[in-house]
Design a protein. Structure first.
Length: 278
């Protein structure tokens, strides 16, 4: 079996981390979660605590589009996408899954659990009442949804975004082992094996994320698409640049590893019309 990537996202108290580690061990893959945050911190010179806060805190109306938040997310996405391109991994977390939604050889998995079981575990862990535990779990679930909406524009709990949903409360007594075997068996399906098209999709995503991370300081709203080394960029800052500055902008992009050609658009409609054809 040669599946490259398995992503696993979970609710609180759904045994997701344990299942991800077991799947990785059985497949001989690397299990990755917050390790990529440390990599991003080292590569871009940002305190790890700042990046962790970015992925853990729900954006408020005031900071949802702040320059720092957008910059930190661009760094994280670049490192996660590059890691997924180069390694056979089981990724556990929310950041990685939406980045690779269009890549067919990624098995996108979500682990859920019965609300009653989750509340019981919260009660035991915090020694609190059932009512208070229920409010905490509900608030955490809502926070997860708000974070996904703010960062990716989607409800990350929606089953439509996953290939496999496993309820660990509905698959037998030894639910963890069963979940692991179900994921491994599904990953072996031919649908999830890499092919030329899916690998190119992953390369395009990784390059787009990398270019955006490099340019994010120049324009936090910059948009990037790539196709086999050709990079297409929409940025409003170009309207304010002279021809000489525009050429310097392109030359800077050309220095990024993997970039072979650059087109820069100051009109978003033109950029989107072109991007839809890629």
């Amino acid at each position: 079996m040669s599946v490259n990537i398995i992503t696993i996202s979970t609710d609180r108290y759904s045994k997701g981390k344990e299942i991800a580690e077991m799947v990785a061990q059985k497949l001989g893959y690397e299990c990755v979660s917050r390790e990529v945050i440390l990599s991003a911190a080292n590569e871009f010179g940002v305190p790890e605590t700042k990046l962790l806060q970015t992925i853990m805190d729900t954006p408020t109306i005031l900071n949802m589009f702040s320059r720092d938040r957008q910059r930190y997310m661009a760094y994280i996405k670049a490192v996660v996408a590059d890691y997924m391109l180069r390694h056979e991994i089981v990724y556990h977390g929310l950041v990685g899954h939406p980045i690779v939604r269009g890549v067919s050889h990624v098995l996108k998995t979500r682990i859920i659990a019965n609300m009653e079981d989750r509340i019981r575990l919260e009660m035991e862990r915090e020694n609190i009442s059932e009512e208070k535990a229920g409010k905490i779990i509900t608030a955490l679930d809502e926070q997860q949804k708000k974070w996904g909406k703010a960062v990716y524009g989607i409800d990350v709990t929606n089953p439509i975004y996953y290939d496999l949903i496993i309820n660990v409360g509905h698959i037998g007594a030894d639910d963890t082992e069963d979940a692991v075997e179900t994921i491994i068996s599904t990953a072996g399906h031919k649908k999830f094996q890499p092919n030329t098209y899916s690998i190119n999709c992953m390369k395009n995503i990784a390059l787009s994320c990398r270019v955006r991370a490099v340019l994010i300081d120049k324009d936090p709203r910059i948009e990037v698409k790539s196709d086999k080394g050709s990079v297409y960029i929409y940025t409003k800052t170009l309207k304010r640049k002279s021809q000489k500055q525009g050429l310097a902008f392109k030359e800077e992009i050309m220095k990024i590893d993997g970039v072979e050609h650059v087109e820069v658009y100051s009109d978003r409609e033109t950029f989107l019309n072109f991007a839809q054809g890629q």
